[in-house]
Ligand binder design. Structure first.
Ligand SMILES: *[C@@H]1O[C@H](CO)[C@@H](O)[C@H](O)[C@H]1NC(C)=O
Ligand SMILES: *[C@@H]1O[C@H](CO)[C@@H](O)[C@H](O)[C@H]1NC(C)=O
Length: 216
């Protein structure tokens, strides 16, 4: 449960940064359930190649895309690794190519995803999510009293999960819920995509993905 506390420093980002670039490690055409890991905001978390090489992650969220839309040149902020303004991020692209070739010639895809909060509809993304354009969404069930899991009480979370899986058109929904006992219930929905973890840096230190891998 300690990783839940670790999510806190990033709420600021997750709150309004809604787009991520997703690179598939596993089967891009037939999305498989699994663990999604955020990578990019901390040094000391290994590079993209070694992150993918762990074999524990089905998705890597390269975080964050801080500027996009309205004809702007998209800008990645990979604070822990490089500085786009100084043009030091170019090696990231080659790492992406490297691991995609390692995992077979499956091509590269960019997916439109978003990270809403669990109260439905999301205050900031509600109308965007209604466009049906989203492939995946990463719903933040943490730090949201009306819809989060609290020790021993699954009702709010399950009610909210039902709402999301029923009303949202995105193909897969991931959540940041780190209690393996409730996963069997969540998995009953065809929209269950897996769980997301913040972040590669913390996962290296607490070993959470290894401990939950088999249940996801
Ligand atoms: C990524 O990190 C691994 C392990 O430290 C290293 O062996 C490898 O050369 C690095 N790859 C790139 C592309 O920097
Ligand atoms: C989006 O659709 C949902 C479900 O139909 C609805 O409850 C919600 O109010 C809509 N949100 C917006 C902002 O239109």
């Amino acid at each position: 449960m300690s990783n839940i506390k670790l999510l806190k420093p990033v709420l600021f980002f997750v709150f309004f940064i809604i787009l991520f670039i997703i690179f598939f490690i596993s089967k891009p055409s037939d999305a498989s359930d699994g663990i999604a890991i955020y990578w990019g905001q901390k040094g000391n978390e290994g590079n993209l190649s070694s992150t993918c090489a762990t074999g524990r992650y089905a998705y890597v969220n390269v975080a964050f895309l801080v500027k996009f839309g309205n004809g702007q040149t998209p800008e990645l902020n990979l604070a822990g690794h490089c500085n786009p303004a100084a043009n030091t991020c170019t090696h990231i692209g080659s790492q992406v190519k490297e691991f995609l070739s390692k995992f077979g010639n499956r091509g590269r895809k960019v997916y439109l995803t978003g990270a809403p909060q669990c109260p439905f509809p999301d205050r900031l993304m509600g109308s965007a999510l209604n466009t049906t354009l989203f492939d995946y969404i990463w719903v933040q069930f943490y730090n949201n009293a009306p819809c989060q899991y609290t020790s021993g009480n699954t009702e709010r979370l399950f009610d909210s999960w039902n709402t999301w899986t029923t009303l949202v058109t995105a193909k897969k929904i991931f959540l940041d819920v780190l209690i393996s006992q409730i996963l069997p219930t969540l998995k009953k929905s065809g929209k269950y995509g897996g769980i997301m973890l913040w972040s590669k840096f913390w996962d290296d230190r607490n070993g959470y993905s290894s401990s939950i891998f088999a249940s996801v």
